[in-house]
Design a protein around this ligand. Structure first.
Ligand code: GDP
Ligand code: MG
Length: 315
């Protein structure tokens, strides 16, 4: 919005100056007429600009392009549709940060976050997201402005997001959490296992090899496997829906479900990384919808980024 107002102001001032200079060189009779015509044209342009999205889109396109060139901690998210990528991003950034669409399916968010509240140091962040189900939307067709050009990739952190319950729809609408719990409370173990199988299919070694071949560079600092929707799992476990699993061991249960993926991810980046390049790996349990654990995973990655690229960060 500010950019748009500045553009309108600059166009108006420059236009008026050009009109005055030009008309003063053309003699006294034509001068005032030309000024009136030119000012009328500018007023029309301004009215169009203020009542339509034309200038705004233009300004946003320019500012997004230049923002993407600046140093930032770049997060790359990979996960099956419905696993909670968008919810995770929105929970951390807050609802007011809107996504920018780079391609039909590939989007990114730009924001600025505190690295630590004590020093109030801030860091720019860019987070990628994609809307489809297809891994190629996030690899072959990922925007080079977001993830960096081939050979000069800029991704610092990769989040692989999995979940323990699918998105279920009734009459075209997703079930709310209560309805989802009612659905999950019956035959829970089989439903969880089915969802885990779907996640394992999406994160097979062959695909992981492509993911890392796409985004890997020496800029990569951290990789996290994020197990989402722990609120749902904890609720059904508290209801006694999974024999042998209680709130005391639900975290181990969740981690064990995804052990295979955990090892496949580690194998995939170890195969591409040279031995001196240390990448921090962790498995995290979160609830993107409730916000549990969300700030922690992003902040941890930001701190790591700040340690390496501290000189690029504002105070
Ligand atoms: N209960 C619960 N629902 C979640 C959680 N995260 C996401 N969802 C829901 O799962 C569905 C898919 O989430 P979304 O963020 O759109 O997934 P995406 O396709 O990976 O971007 C939505 O209906 C979310 O409200 C969570 O932590 N707990
Ligand atoms: Mg999404």
């Amino acid at each position: 919005m500010t950019g748009r107002k500045i553009l309108i102001f600059v166009v108006l001032v420059v236009g008026a100056m050009v009109a005055v200079v030009w008309s003063s060189g053309l003699g006294t009779a034509t001068g005032p007429i030309l000024i009136s015509i030119l000012l009328s044209v500018f007023f029309v342009l301004i009215s169009v600009g203020t009542t339509t999205e034309i200038y705004q889109d233009f300004i946003e396109a320019i500012s997004t392009k230049s923002s993407l060139k600046k140093a930032a901690c770049r997060f790359y998210l990979y996960g099956r549709g419905g696993s909670g990528k968008t919810t995770l991003i929105k929970t951390w950034l807050g609802g007011e940060v809107r996504p920018e669409q780079s391609t039909k399916y590939f989007a990114h968010y730009i924001s600025e976050k505190y690295i630590d509240l004590e020093t109030k140091r801030r860091c720019r962040v860019i987070i990628s997201d994609y809307q489809g189900q297809s891994p190629s939307q996030n690899t072959l067709n990922a925007s080079p402005q977001v993830i960096g050009q081939p050979g000069k990739r800029l991704v610092n952190v990769v989040f692989f997001i999995v979940d323990i319950a699918p998105r279920i729809e009734k009459n075209g609408q997703p079930l709310n959490s209560e309805e989802l719990i009612d659905w999950l409370a019956v035959d829970t173990e089989a439903k969880v296992r089915k969802r885990v199988e779907q996640q394992l299919e999406y994160l097979v070694p062959a695909i992981l090899e492509i993911v890392f071949a796409t985004i890997y560079s020496s800029n990569l600092l951290g990789v996290k496997l994020i197990i989402n929707k722990m609120d749902l799992l904890e609720t059904v476990v508290a209801m006694g829906c999974i024999p042998g699993v209680s709130l005391a061991n639900v975290n181990d249960y969740a981690r064990n479900l995804f052990k295979r993926v955990e090892y496949s991810i580690q194998d995939a980046y170890e195969n591409i990384t040279n031995p001196e390049h240390q990448i921090e790996f962790s498995v995290e349990l979160v609830s993107a919808a409730k916000g549990t654990g969300v700030a922690q995973i992003f902040n941890e990655a930001l701190k790591q980024y700040a340690t390496v690229y501290g000189k690029d960060i504002k105070s």
